[in-house]
Design a protein around this ligand. Structure first.
Ligand code: PEP
Length: 258
């Protein structure tokens, strides 16, 4: 019983070209309409590769689909000699609602550290795109029982210098690295523990109002069979879905977890 509208976001990762993207988005919309999905009750977003975003935007705008969309990354810079990078300004211009920042695959394969993640979060805000900030511990950290301290450390750096007004709109995804793409899902209690700790930290750093407003998602091998139990937890306000988000029937079922 909170005022937070749950968010189910599908991170397609490096899957689906722009033609496949238009097929999936149309099918997803039809399926959710068929099932009378109430977008005011549960928000649904797709997060395709950059090269798909224009096609997805055209479809969503033109047909007045209620899906939201976002990008998987952005540059810390506004513009200039940064070959291959994508500015938050471009994402804003295309109407992206969200941009994923600090996904574990970016941290691991592109050596993004917490300081760079913080710059990217700031760049997203500068352009009016809501950051979907990913945090989460490795298996090693989890085995040592240090998951809460580790995740709060990531959070403190990523949010450094932001105002309460900015943080009020952020979306945070708790994604234990050992559960991403592995089929290994955190238990609902594991998810709740860290999501509650994140909310507690927001209360300490900002205010109870900010803590109550921010949506904290869980991500890591979410599927139609485990989503309801995870969503039932008080401090879990949605899911960031990777692998299962490119299977449109599975993703639509996840969106209808209630
Ligand atoms: C992700 O990419 O954010 C993710 C949670 O992946 P998966 O659902 O495949 O574990």
């Amino acid at each position: 019983t909170s005022a937070r509208v749950p968010l189910i976001a599908g991170n397609w990762k490096m899957n689906l070209d722009h033609q496949q993207a238009t097929v999936l988005v149309q099918k997803l919309d039809w399926m959710l309409r068929d099932k009378r999905h109430d977008f005011a009750q549960v928000e649904v977003a797709v997060i395709p590769p950059f090269t798909d975003i224009r096609s997805v935007q055209t479809l969503i705008d033109g047909d007045r689909l209620k899906l939201k969309f976002g990008a998987q990354d952005l540059s810390a810079h506004e513009s200039g000699a940064y070959t291959g990078e994508i500015s938050g300004r471009f994402l804003a211009k295309l109407g992206c609602s969200y941009v994923v920042v600090g996904h574990s695959e970016r941290r691991e394969y592109h050596h993004e550290d917490d300081a760079l993640v913080a710059q990217k979060v700031a760049a997203a805000y500068q352009n009016g795109v809501t950051p979907l900030l990913c945090v989460g511990e490795s298996l090693e950290v989890r085995r040592a029982g240090d998951q809460v301290a580790f995740v709060l450390g990531q959070l403190d750096v990523a949010l450094h210098g932001l105002s309460a007004e900015q943080v009020n709109s952020i979306v945070i995804a708790y994604e234990p690295v050992w559960a991403i793409g592995t089929g290994e899902v955190a238990t609902p209690d594991d998810a709740q523990e860290v999501c509650a700790a994140i909310r507690g930290r927001l209360g300490q750093l900002y205010s109870d109002q900010v803590a109550a407003a921010v949506r904290v998602l869980y991500g890591g091998s979410v599927k139609s069979g485990n989503v309801a139990a995870i969503m039932a937890k008080d401090d879990v306000d949605g899911a960031l879905v990777g692998g299962a988000s490119i299977d449109v029937e599975e993703f639509a079922t996840i969106c209808r977890y209630q």
